[in-house]
Design a protein around this ligand. Sequence first.
Ligand code: GCO
Length: 390
Amino acid sequence: MTQAFPDAFLWGASTAAHQVEGNNLNNDWWRLEHDAADFGVQFSGDALDSYHRYEEDMRLLSDAGFNSYRFSIEWARIEPSPGKFSRAELAHYRRMIDTAKGLGLTPVVTLHHFTHPIWFDKDRWLADDAVDAFCRYVEQACTILDGVEWVCTINEPNVVAVNHGMQRQIAAGEPFRAEGGYLPDPEVGRALIAAHQAAVKIVRSKTDAKVGWTVANQALVAAPGAEDKHAEVQHIWEDMYLEAARGDDFIGVQSYTSQIVDENGIIAHPEHPDNTLMGWAYRPDALGIAVRHTRDVLGDMPILITENGIATSDDERRIAYTADALRHLKDTINDGADVRGYLHWSLLDNFEWGRWEPTFGLVSVDRETFERHPKPSLQWLGSIARANAI
Ligand code: GCO
């Protein structure tokens, strides 16, 4: 049976500057890729050269039938040293906005997606002037946002707080724990919430955009008898970030998988042949859990699915996962969730934060020639976008 999505629904894909642009020489990730090379962290390098090829990338989306593109602008390029802004880089990102609009793609612009200028790196979000520094950048970013309808302040603040917490713990001499062993650091989280709330005010005063932030939803499920621990972990992992979005114009939901919480905390993904290239459990139902939980915390506010997808080398599996995720999403809409759009992660097989192997893209890229090769999933999802129905 055909199931239609709401009118004016956004169908698109997401990217992040550092993962696709290339040669982001002035941010903390570029530095980390060099510092941690001995630990197997890979190098972003030219990435996909989308800094120069963004028009071709956007055209792939619009030709396939999509009507939206989410991308981020790079703080380290726009403010290469404290208080010194690059007019040329601002103009570059304005050209991206204009290009998207010219191709019929509604731009969804993220102001901060994981990376920081190197000069911000010292005490980072715990520095006394961190929020002021971020606001100074946001004010400048607003000068290019005329006519942009959707602005995300900070992407996955809860993951930013994990990364910072991990770095602090390592600096304090604690041994490195395996993936999944870190929780978001609530002190960093509180600084990010302050930064977000200040940024919302600035974006509202200087633009007509709808403004919100995007939270990495863990779709945590309690093991029998572990309801208290589940509530505690869920608060630290996501609810404090969701609650901070109350009063925003929308909330971005990002979901990939689901995990169980027992009395000791989150249970690592058990090994399973279905696990994705990230090692995550194959859980297309996670998106429905994430939307329902977001609604439980925030009530009825507009929701944008800002990321959902799968790391796999098998494109049929990407289609199967996404088809199922969309069915679960549609169920939440039928139940009354005010979902405004679905932005797939990701348009391109990109730099997955220190690794190239987990491929999330609707399009693969030859990293020598930068040639783009659309996968069948691009046309498949594009035709759903055209029909606005599954
Ligand atoms: C995140 C980021 C993306 C990732 C994606 C897959 O969620 O970590 O927003 O940059 O690439 O989620 O891990």
